[in-house]
Design a binder for this molecule. Structure first.
Ligand code: DX5
Ligand code: ZN
Length: 216
């Protein structure tokens, strides 16, 4: 029921293929891929060429989190690579409905992410169309930050919003500062996919950490 999506941002990039294999064997459900452009967030990571290069080396579904100012420019590229979830930030897009339709018509699932300061109510008019709401529990840009507890209340609001829209299939994902302890209240609030970067990649036993995040 609960899915765990380790964030590639905390992997050792010099041995990326081995790192991805390691979390696949450790029982991950998705690979969370943080694409940052140095404009929307003050950090620059990797883009489609890297995502394309790793696609043949794992069976894990790709959960791509775009922290970029112009997400619509990348829809076709990521669709061609074979990405499961294409998630953009609400704060970057004036025409959310149009972009959601575009993502879905390209064969991917559409997610929208909210910064810690962006209210859940901004998604009211697109709630019926979404495949994922991604609640940020840190300010996006870096791994290893501290969980912001306010995210717990926002997960409850997101769940209420999806219920009210009659959307029974969308998942609620939470991203930032998740470990075996912060996962507990966030799951109780209704989150079903948990991203964890530093907690999983930094754990001496990655399988045990994934299991603890899922089952604690
Ligand atoms: C933050 C990224 C997260 C990050 C999570 O901007 O979107 O996915 O990698 O890392 P941890 O789990 O270490 O907070
Ligand atoms: Zn992320």
């Amino acid at each position: 029921m609960i899915k765990v999506a380790p964030s590639m941002l905390s992997a050792d990039f010099s041995i990326l293929r081995e790192e991805i294999k390691s979390i696949e064997l450790a029982g991950a459900d998705f690979l969370h891929i943080d694409v940052m452009d140095g404009h929307f967030v003050p950090n620059l990571t990797f883009g489609a060429p890297i995502v394309k290069a790793i696609r043949p080396h794992t069976k894990l579904p790709f959960d791509v989190h775009l922290m970029v100012t112009n997400p619509s420019d990348y829809v076709e590229e990521y669709a061609k690579i074979g990405v499961e979830y294409f998630t953009f930030h609400q704060e970057t897009v004036p025409h959310m409905h149009r972009l959601i339709q575009y993502i879905k018509s390209s064969g991917m699932k559409a997610g929208v992410s909210l910064n810690p300061s962006t209210p859940v109510s901004t998604l009211e008019d697109v709630a019926a169309e979404l495949d994922m709401i991604l609640i940020m529990s840190v300010n996006p840009g870096f791994g290893g930050q501290t969980f912001i507890p306010r995210a717990i209340e926002k997960v409850k609001q997101a769940k209420a919003l999806l219920d009210a829209a009659g959307n029974t299939t969308a998942v609620i994902e939470v991203d930032g500062g998740i470990n075996d302890k912060t996962a507990v209240p966030i799951k109780a609030a209704g989150a079903t996919v948990l991203v964890a970067g530093s907690a999983v990649f930094g754990a001496p036993d990655r399988a045990a950490m994934i299991e603890a995040i899922r089952n604690n």
